[in-house]
Design a protein around this ligand. Structure first.
Ligand SMILES: [Fe+2]
Ligand SMILES: [Fe+2]
Length: 188
């Protein structure tokens, strides 16, 4: 199915960000400088691509159709599982941002700790979250939603993507990802 395949592909890009984030944290632990510009680019990707673009499609389209058509199990899975985790991801990003701003004003070790904690908290949460979606939530939706609802999901996702294309979302954020990847995951 088009929408699910697209969202699984987007997970691969988010997992690339996670690898970048973890490698950037390891460089700090190994005694390297904190590159605040690069961490700001990671936040930009997490907020605009992983959250607004990817979670946007999940929340506004797929998950909303699941809670509308699949009853209590889907409601629990989405409202008390996936949506809570999306929110927790936003919290980790804002903690990372606060720690970065504090570090820029006053480069103390305690703020380095905040940077590493926010960044790895996000990385670990999203890794588990993506695994659940790929192996349970998406497969459950695809198996149980009526075919006409799946067709409407595809149509809404195509419209969403068209709008994103016009706003150059892919070009902008996948460009940032590529640039960071060359620097932090050079063997890939
Ligand atoms: Fe999600
Ligand atoms: Fe997802």
């Amino acid at each position: 199915m088009y929408s699910i395949e697209l969202m699984v592909k987007e997970h691969e890009n988010i997992l690339k960000l996670i690898e970048i984030v973890k490698n950037a944290c390891c460089q700090i632990l190994d005694g390297g400088e904190v590159n605040t510009d690069d961490f700001e680019k990671m936040i930009l990707f997490a907020r605009n691509y992983a959250d607004k673009h990817h979670h946007g499609k999940e929340e506004l389209i797929l998950f909303s159709k699941m809670t509308e058509h699949l009853g209590a199990i889907a409601e629990k899975l989405v409202n008390f599982g996936m949506l809570v985790e999306h929110d927790l991801g936003r919290l980790h990003m804002s903690e990372l941002e606060t720690a970065l701003n504090n570090y820029k004003e006053d480069p103390k070790t305690i703020y380095k700790l905040g940077i590493i904690a926010g960044a790895t908290g996000y990385a670990n949460l999203l890794t588990r979250h993506i695994d659940k979606e790929n192996n349970a939530v998406f497969t459950y939706a695809e198996r149980n939603l009526p075919s006409e609802v799946l067709e409407s999901v595809d149509k809404l996702v195509r419209d969403f993507e068209k709008e994103a294309e016009e706003k150059k979302v892919h070009e902008t954020y996948l460009g940032i990802l590529e640039e960071l990847s060359k620097k932090y995951c050079p063997s890939k």
